[in-house]
Ligand binder design. Structure first.
Ligand code: CIR
Length: 398
């Protein structure tokens, strides 16, 4: 059971998913913006769509791990349980009395129910009477005592594997920060991963997994934009170089906008030498090649066109883009709906949302087999197949 990822496209063996659950049912028109959803998903249909996604993977021999299962198993470890409960109670909104009440409530829950509370949160009315205190009385009853984590669905962002090391990321948006207390506990305490020294930690500068692409063995790209900060990219680069995991990292500036929140919303790999990329950006995307100096410090070279810099770092003549040939309006619509956010199961075989008809047709015409999945409800969180998956094991490419 080797956990190892040195490519975006080599045959996928094990992947971490999160089947959306009760946390999606917490979304309302009042909170969906702050919880980073563009609508109110139909939960049952979102689950069906997600089951379709998981089936597309398992039918092709991929082992699917579910975050909720790993979390419940992790919670059987007393140190993990204590760490996760402390993470929830470390919230200044609570105050002493409510914190004690929540602590007592959590102490009564078995691992499965506790895993559910940690993901779905705790609504005001779910905390039974007892000494709940002034903060509780003053809270808006529609607010949460423990906030839900509807974006757990996007397992890509809260951890990243680079070769045999896992980085637990540092999420930028307040609505997502607690997600990494869960992934960190899993990687630190679950018997499958235990004793792993983390490559990155949520206490560090912001880095999100959707911004990290393993372009080739020992070559990474890190998007720098709305989520990953320049300081986060520098810190991750320093750690990756220190661990000998890469020789070149491309720092790729992307617009600080919701539509391009991560590098993987505009560009994903579909073959060892090919990407599908948002056409409105293909000619302008630039990269700063970063290498380690003699002291191991990341040093940036002058920026160059992304495709050129990537090909050189990867040691290939050309990094091809799949020419989608889309008019700018269709390109913009399909980018918004995650048309460029594909998950490669193997070279030239990728999962994509079926709704992005034009992009998918062009992928097929270019020799990339597309496994289409439904995503009308899942997509309301603004993330596609790559965002919804964290590969843990791929066949080594080098
Ligand atoms: N890698 C990705 O692009 N992940 C999608 C994250 C969507 C989520 N609603 C967010 O705003 O963070």
């Amino acid at each position: 059971m080797e956990h190892y990822v040195d490519s975006e496209v080599s045959p996928l063996r094990t992947v971490l998913l999160h089947r959306p659950g009760a946390e999606l049912a917490r979304l309302t028109p009042r909170n969906n913006d702050s919880l980073l959803f563009d609508g109110i998903p139909w939960v049952g249909r979102a689950q069906e769509e997600h089951d379709g996604f998981a089936a597309a993977l398992t039918e092709r021999g991929v082992e699917v791990l579910y975050l909720s299962d790993l979390l419940a198993e992790t919670l059987a470890v007393p140190a993990a349980r204590a760490e996760l409960v402390a993470g929830v109670l470390d919230d200044r909104r609570l105050g002493d009395t409510l914190r004690d009440a929540v602590g007592r409530y959590l102490a009564d829950q078995d691992p499965d129910r506790l895993a559910e509370v940690l993901t779905a949160g705790l609504a005001h009315e779910e905390l039974k009477p007892g000494a709940r205190g002034l903060v509780y009385e003053l809270m808006d009853p529609r607010d949460f005592v423990i906030d839900p984590l509807p974006n757990l669905l996007f397992t890509r962002d809260s951890s990243v594997w680079v070769r045999d090391r896992v980085a637990v990321t540092s999420l930028a948006m307040p609505a997502r920060r607690r997600e990494t207390t869960l992934t960190r506990a899993i990687y630190r305490h679950h018997p499958r991963f235990v004793s792993r020294e983390l490559l990155y930690d949520p206490s560090l500068e912001h880095v999100e997994g959707g911004d990290v692409l393993v372009l080739a063995p020992r070559v990474l790209a890190i998007g720098v934009g709305e989520r990953t900060t320049p300081a986060g990219a520098e810190r991750l680069a320093r750690r990756v170089f220190a661990a000998g995991l890469a020789h070149t990292i491309l720092a790729v500036p992307i617009a600080q906008e919701r539509a391009t929140m991560h590098l993987d919303t505009v560009c994903t790999m579909v073959d060892v030498d090919a990407v599908v990329m948002y056409p409105n950006l293909a000619d302008t995307l630039r990269a700063f090649p970063v290498m380690a100096d003699a002291d191991g410090e990341p040093r940036a070279r002058a920026p160059r066109p992304f495709l050129e810099a990537a090909a050189e770092a990867m040691g290939i003549e050309r990094l091809r883009t799949i020419e989608t040939g889309l008019d700018p309006v269709t390109a913009e619509r399909e980018q918004w709906d995650d048309g460029n956010n594909t998950l490669a199961i193997a070279p030239r075989l990728c999962v994509a949302y079926e709704r992005n008809v034009e992009t998918n047709a062009q992928l097929e015409r270019s020799g990339i087999e597309v496994v289409p999945i439904r995503g009308s409800e899942l997509g309301s969180g603004r993330g596609g197949p790559r965002c919804m998956s964290c590969p843990i094991r791929r066949d080594p490419l080098a």
